[in-house]
Design a protein. Structure first.
Length: 289
């Protein structure tokens, strides 16, 4: 089986400047940050890394750590743009900055899948701060955005206002993604596309527990029930490094064996500006018509 790589290229408000020795140097608008990156096993292009802040991981295995700043950085964040979407970036306690820049080629791909449909129905599960939701809404999709975090959904609404999309047909839903999807199946709903970016572990608003390896197959099976032969795509991303893209591909092959179209899998990556190399970030699998 062949695997494909989707590479996010630099854009005006984001770029991977350099990487190496287990770290990466990125620009987010006018600010520069250093973050841990275990897959950057090579040497950096230059040792002269000047940054406004750096995230130093904790000594445990729970993903802890904190930001250290060399220069003032707005605590409430600052606006960035991708295409016609504007959103707030900020230094979160989870080491990222409120969105995932490696998803840019995915946003473009999803837009292309539904370009010929009038008002396509698309659902974004584990939608976080809504950049993917707004990327689709701006292209004419009627969106259902689901996340268990009230804070993330509020950030998504704020990003919609920043983008001038507060009046777009978007349902902002605070709910457990698996439970909501199961209810949509019982309601007989259908979608033209589904984007899902499940965490390795998480909790729903009512204490529901999500474990990727245990719960993903059932969620994919429910998503399949929401799609039909006229639907266009399902796109799944996983940032759990112990899971294989081939495993995701076989999972989707089984779930979508009765539909036309194709199943593909591969890696997400970001293009480094210094040398043009591709830094891997996640794995993905997708079904598309």
């Amino acid at each position: 089986m062949t695997l494909d790589t989707l590479i996010g290229e630099p854009w005006a408000d984001y770029g991977l400047l350099d990487s190496g020795d287990g770290r990466k140097l990125e620009r987010y608008g006018s600010y520069r940050f250093i973050r841990p990156e275990p897959q950057a096993m090579w040497a950096p292009a230059t040792a002269d890394w000047t940054a406004d802040g750096e995230f130093i991981p904790g000594s445990d295995d729970e993903g802890g750590g904190r930001w250290y700043y060399e220069k003032p950085v707005p605590k409430d964040g600052w606006p960035l743009s991708w295409d016609d979407v504007t959103f707030q970036a900020s230094c979160t306690p989870f080491r990222h900055l409120g969105f995932f820049p490696d998803m840019a080629p995915v946003w473009t791909w999803m837009r292309e899948r539904v370009a010929d449909k009038a008002e396509p129905q698309v659902m974004n599960l584990f939608g976080y701060t809504g950049v993917g939701t707004l990327a689709m809404a701006s292209a004419g999709a009627q969106m259902v955005h689901v996340d268990a975090s009230k804070k993330s959904v509020s950030a998504g609404r704020m990003n919609a206002e920043l983008s001038g999309m507060a009046d777009k047909p978007i349902r902002w839903i605070v709910d457990d993604a698996a439970k909501f999807t199961a209810r949509e199946v019982r309601r007989g709903r259908r979608y033209d596309g589904i984007l899902l970016d499940p965490p390795k572990y998480g909790r729903g608003p009512d204490g529901e527990v999500w474990r990727l390896e245990e719960d993903l197959p059932k969620l994919i099976a429910d998503c399949r029930q929401l799609l039909d032969a006229d639907s266009r795509f399902l796109f799944l991303t996983v940032y759990a490094v112990r899971m294989s893209a081939l495993a995701l591909k076989e999972l989707l092959n089984q779930a979508f064996s009765d539909l036309p179209g194709k199943v593909e899998a591969g890696e997400l990556a970001v293009r480094e500006e210094a040398r043009g190399l591709a830094l891997p970030t996640a794995i993905w699998a997708r079904w598309s018509l």
